[in-house]
Design a protein around this ligand. Structure first.
Ligand code: FDA
Length: 304
């Protein structure tokens, strides 16, 4: 009960535009540095370099979402291009993850597509993989449309399917062959769109993983859930699925010991590393996911 209330509270805070725009001026606060790797490209490059040294691959995310102004979307596009250039220049093993509402999806779909095309051009030059993060259901169809448009010219690109969606299984089938990140789903969705019961989402999640792996498609299993991870390892062994056909992904700052352990066992372990001034919404969603994380915010409140 308390957990549900806390989830609702932090998810509603994550959407508060007023606090979010104020937070951009504050720098990392409230303990956000536990899960956000800095504000500048130089800061994130240092973090990525250290993670690579530990045998961890990365996917970097320039934070930002629900952008309403064209100028802001263009600035974000430029930051994404610079980030790819920096990854290549420093010879870092990292993908780029992008939220399309950062690039103007809510302003105009074709404007967003044009921004993405510019980013993909730079990614193609350096052969860096691009992941379109999946946002709330209102943006779902548009995200899949942009993915299809971009895939016409570049195949090192994929998206995310959320296991809470009723339509997830159909979409995983129709995206066979595409490198997909599979997740449980982070947004609050209506019952006609998404499964509401946690145990049913977990069940569907494992079904989707099996479906995509058995179709021979590359699968990124993005979860901190050790039970799912153990089941995937076992399933891969039983079905003689090579470690090269899948990877595990976790968020920066979460379960670091488990991340290192999986890497040592020979699995590809990729850390999702967010950075940038727009850290607030991302941080609130992490607090919503796991009430235990609220202690970071509490500590942050009482430190300088
Ligand atoms: P979940 O929260 O269901 O926890 C299951 C169990 O795992 C817990 O009961 C606990 O035992 C253990 N556990 C979980 N977290 C732990 C921790 N920090 N420490 C110790 N134990 C822990 N969502 C989305 O909608 N769109 C997207 O594009 C993405 N992208 C994305 C990328 C990456 C790399 C990750 C890891 C996640 C996402 N997500 C996402 C978020 C995702 O949908 C989901 O909300 C969170 O990952 C939480 O679900 P989990 O599967 O991690 O475990």
């Amino acid at each position: 009960m308390l957990e549900k209330m806390s989830k609702k509270f932090f998810l509603s805070l994550s959407k508060n535009r007023l606090i979010s725009s104020g937070a951009k001026k504050w720098g990392l606060k409230l303990g956000a540095s536990q899960v956000v790797a800095g504000v500048t490209i130089d800061e994130v490059i240092n973090v990525l370099t250290e993670l690579n040294k530990e045998g961890l691959h990365c996917t970097v995310d320039h934070l930002g979402e629900y952008v309403q102004e064209r100028e802001e979307a263009i600035n974000s596009k430029d930051m994404c291009k610079k980030t790819i250039e920096a990854i290549a220049q420093h010879n870092i093993s990292s993908h780029l993850s992008i939220k399309l509402t950062q690039l103007g999806l809510d302003i105009d779909r074709d404007f967003c597509l044009a921004n993405m095309k510019e980013i993909v051009e730079v990614a193609k030059k350096h052969q860096i993989f691009i992941r379109l993060d999946m946002e709330d259901f209102a943006r779902y169809e548009k995200t899949l449309y942009i993915l299809e448009e971009l895939r016409k010219d570049y195949d090192k690109i994929g998206t995310v399917i959320q296991a809470y969606l009723h339509r997830a299984s159909e979409d995983v089938k129709s995206l066979a062959g595409v490198n997909l990140r599979l997740v449980k789903g982070a947004y609050k969705e209506a019952p006609n769109v998404a499964i509401q019961e946690k145990n049913k989402i977990d069940e569907n999640y494992f079904e989707l993983i099996k479906l995509h792996l058995l179709s021979g498609s590359y699968t990124a299993i993005a979860s901190h859930d050790h039970q799912i991870i153990d089941k995937v390892k076992e399933f891969a062994k039983e079905n003689k699925i090579s470690n090269k056909q899948f990877e595990f992904q976790m968020l920066y700052g979460m379960r670091q010991e488990l991340q290192k352990k999986l890497a040592k066992e020979g699995y590809t372990m990729r850390v999702y590393v967010p950075f940038g001034r727009d850290w607030y919404g991302y941080f609130m969603r992490r607090l919503a996911e796991r009430p235990q994380n609220v202690k970071w915010a509490m500590k942050g409140l009482f430190s300088k």
